[in-house]
Design a protein around this ligand. Structure first.
Ligand code: SD4
Length: 328
């Protein structure tokens, strides 16, 4: 027979557990606004119109049950290998000395990351960055060291300066006027984020950087937290445009931290763009951000009209114009 005392004690304990359970759930929700949010993944999002083809390659992997980290690498390899794209990998416009120098980084759901900067003559810098992540105790390799690492690991040295890019460079040499150009040729660095069916997030970013830059210049794209950042508990962000402006604000880290503190991906991208415009003269340069949160909601924002992004969600792959800050 249950005596009265035991019964009262049992009820009290049950109530206490229930109270703390609810309080804990509430606290967790207030700490992380995404707990309990409706899921909108798998999703792939990437910068500019060359993102459409990249998204397709990434989606194929994710849709087949593959991991986000494999999808983001496969996705950005498409523009890297396309000689018609003048801002990424093979066919990228060179620096002022006629050298194509490449920057790339990659990050997985466990916070592992790899990066290469100032890498020459390797068509797929993202795969070298992946190898830095997977096979070394380091995060970043640069210049001659990155090239040696790539060659030691089976990558082939190739000429990346196409005839078209060479002609554009020779044309530029006639005046050698260096001015940042807004939305150069309407396509640029590719930054790509994906959430796989498991809900895991990864990101990749790869570029030949600003055309006609000083030899040795490295932009935001290979810097974790500048060109790209992922936190599997929160979301991810990618950046494109004037790398110096992104570097000065560690833009993608900022976007993810804003989301951690409760901002939607859209609000976080807007705040990060405003942070640049508040302290830098952003009249003549472009920066664009795209972001996703853990539930698969996305956002994007940029300084000037012209930035667009490719979104693959619900089995549709579409190009979307980003809203922008400077309306006139
Ligand atoms: C860089 N953010 O090297 C890259 C390139 C880019 O518009 O996106 N240019 O600064």
């Amino acid at each position: 027979m249950i005596n009265r005392r035991k019964f009262i004690l049992g009820t009290a304990f049950t109530s206490l557990f229930a109270y703390f359970g609810i309080t804990y759930a509430k606290a967790r929700k207030s700490l992380n606004p995404l707990v309990g949010a409706k899921k909108a993944f798998p999703i792939v999002i990437s910068t500019w119109n060359h993102g459409l083809a990249a998204n397709e390659a990434a989606w194929e992997i994710i849709n087949g049950g593959g991991k986000a980290i494999d999808a983001v690498e496969a996705g950005v390899r498409i523009p890297e290998g396309d000689p018609k794209i003048n801002s990424v990998g093979f066919g990228g416009y060179p620096d002022r000395d006629g050298k194509v120098t490449l920057d790339a980084c990659i990050m997985d759901e466990n916070g592992n990351c790899g990066s290469v900067s100032f890498l020459q003559n390797i068509k797929h810098p993202i795969s070298v960055a992946r190898m830095v992540m997977d096979e070394t105790p380091h995060v970043m390799l640069s210049g001659a060291g990155a090239l040696k690492f790539a060659l030691d690991n089976g990558f082939k040295e190739e000429v990346l300066l196409t005839e078209k890019a060479k002609r554009a460079w020779e044309n530029w040499l006639k005046t050698s006027k260096y001015a940042p150009i807004i939305n150069q040729e309407n396509h640029d660095t590719i930054g790509l984020l994906a959430i796989d069916k498991n809900g895991d997030i990864s990101g990749a970013c790869t570029t030949s950087g600003l055309s006609w830059k000083l030899h040795g210049r490295v932009g935001d794209s290979p810097i974790i937290g500048a060109g790209m950042y992922v936190d599997n508990d929160i979301g991810g962000a990618v950046a494109t445009g004037m790398g110096e402006a992104v570097l000065k604000t560690l833009g993608t880290f900022l976007v993810v931290e804003l989301m951690r503190n409760g901002s939607s991906p859209q609000a976080a991208c807007e705040e990060a763009v405003k942070r640049i415009a508040a302290k830098q003269n952003a009249k003549d340069f472009q920066v664009g951000y795209a972001a996703i949160n853990k539930s698969g909601n996305h956002g994007a924002y940029c300084i000037h009209k012209g930035f667009n992004y490719a979104l693959h969600q619900n089995y549709k792959n579409v190009l979307v114009d980003s809203n922008y800050l400077m309306k006139d």
